[in-house]
Ligand binder design. Structure first.
Ligand SMILES: [Zn+2]
Length: 322
């Protein structure tokens, strides 16, 4: 019988998990609430329970488990260092030490954006590429850099934080402490804030109608719908976010000239409006050499990139970076 692997995507709201063959064929998958307020031990117990249940459904125990984790982790030791968006921030939680005795197989952990990039590299648009830059657009802007099919992780495992490159010299304060990071201009909350501002200024009647005047109901999805219905002010806000993402991408192209740039995460569902704006900006801003051969794509795996990255991490036995 061929080996199977478990991939886990630990999020602030949900834990997604899949059991798959090494070629990425999913056998079983499921999602449960994270309930992160219950603390690390209970969350890890829930992950172990979910893997056990899916393995039972698949009729086979996994050879290894790969987990994408929302924050900084020590890949070598399997310990979380700092998860800014989870209660208690999970400082120095020995995830591998806790999970391996329960699950009975090797456990590997990696930052969630880097994990999603690994999924895209092995099972998505990156399959035939040697170099790739991956942006994940959600509550924050995460990312990863792939060179010669290996993640560039750096000595702290933190390389690839391309959402925290400065794109406005004196911009808004970012959660990381810097000002003017790409994340402050192109994350889900950054885009939504623009939508809310337009709504409250009376500049977005179509958006107002879509959310029935409820500013709390504005999301990038409603903004896309308003823009598609002809709301020029909202379209302009989306195009500005695309411009900043294009600047971020252009910086990476100038530095690395990668074969492929991929945008994943919920905000990437803004679709062609966002991707075309990014491509246009790249054409205007990369001038030292023609960037025409750099492919710019939306993630092929969509919201499965995280679990598929976990599978890839397990298949590679954690040997994914440098
Ligand atoms: Zn930042």
């Amino acid at each position: 019988m061929n080996e199977v692997f478990a991939g886990v995507d630990l999020g602030g709201t949900n834990i997604a998990c899949a059991v798959a063959a090494g070629d990425g064929t999913i056998l079983t998958e499921a999602k449960v609430p994270t309930l992160s307020h219950e603390g690390p031990q209970r969350v890890l117990d829930r992950i172990a329970g979910l893997v056990a249940e899916l393995s039972r459904q698949a009729g086979q125990a996994p050879s290894a488990i790969g987990i994408g984790i929302p924050g900084l982790v020590d890949l070598e030791q399997g310990i979380t260092r700092f998860l800014p968006n989870l209660p208690t921030q999970w400082r120095d939680i020995p995830v591998r030490g806790i999970l391996e005795p329960i699950t009975g197989c090797p456990v590997y952990i990696l930052n969630d954006a880097r994990t999603a990039a690994l999924g895209e590299l092995n099972y998505g648009h990156g399959r035939d590429c040697s170099s790739m830059v991956f942006f994940t657009l959600g509550t924050g802007v995460g990312g990863a850099v792939v060179i010669d099919r290996r993640l560039r992780l750096g000595p702290l495992g933190a390389a690839g934080e391309i959402g925290h490159q400065t794109v406005v010299a004196d911009g808004l304060l970012c959660g990381c402490g810097n000002r003017g990071c790409l994340e402050t201009l192109a994350s889900g909350p950054a885009l939504t804030a623009q939508g809310v501002r337009l709504l409250k200024s009376g500049l977005a009647p179509k958006l107002h109608e879509l959310v029935r005047g409820d500013a709390g109901a504005v999301t990038p999805r409603e903004m896309r719908l308003a823009a598609e219905a002809g709301e020029l002010t909202v379209r302009d806000a989306i195009e500005r976010a695309a411009e900043y993402l294009g600047i971020g991408a252009s910086n990476l192209i100038a530095a690395l000239h990668p074969e492929l740039i991929v945008f994943g995460g919920g905000v990437s569902e803004l679709g062609p409006m966002l991707i075309n704006g990014i491509k246009e900006t790249i054409r205007r801003r990369v001038r030292m050499f023609p960037p025409d051969d750099v492919r710019v794509e939306r993630s092929l795996l969509g919201d499965r990139a995280g679990v598929m990255g976990g599978i890839a991490l397990a298949v590679c036995r954690g040997q994914v970076g440098s």
